[in-house]
Write a protein that binds this ligand. Sequence first.
Ligand code: 5GP
Length: 198
Amino acid sequence: MAVKGLKEEIERVLITPEEIAARVRVLGQEIARDYRNGAAKDPYGRPLLVVGILKGAIPFLADLIRAVDLPLEYDFMSVSSYRNGTSPGEVRIIKDLDRSISQRDVLIVEDIVDTGNTLDHILRLFRARAPASVRVCTLIDKPVRREVEVPVHYVGFTIPENVFVVGYGLDYAELYRNLPFIGVLKREIYEEARVANR
Ligand code: 5GP
């Protein structure tokens, strides 16, 4: 059976690989400058701990850390959202951090902040562990959909409309994460999936 290329399933490209690379460079410089100039609060002066939220943040984190000229460590957390029943966005930890974050400077790296519910719950989990500081860096911010106020210090791109985006880590049914750009899927892809799931 012939396998279709991924790009054929994209309606429009919103952010090109070149735009992503340029923005990541600037974010990396901002982060390095801030942590050199007062954002670091760890009383023991340990390196910044960058925490990627799996799986969507992987490509972004991989590029971002190489643009930050600071000593840093990185770790990952995987959470799943309860969509039914309990309060919206409540999260369950699937994979926890390897080490304690007590009195550490933590920078959470997210793929996208949409309603804000997931990040809000992640921040509660983190704060309960008494880090020295917590900041958040997201690749994409979709403020039009926000339901909970969440502090986001670093934003790659703000998407002003309510569109579902894929690529550069972002998935639809686990696919499209490996696209080098961020784009919008063709409508028929969603429709096909809906029919298949009936
Ligand atoms: P929130 O809790 O802020 O509503 O949603 C966060 C999660 O929803 C993200 O981590 C992501 O998994 C998913 N999400 C929200 N909007 C989009 C989108 O436009 N594209 C993709 N691929 N995932 C999204």
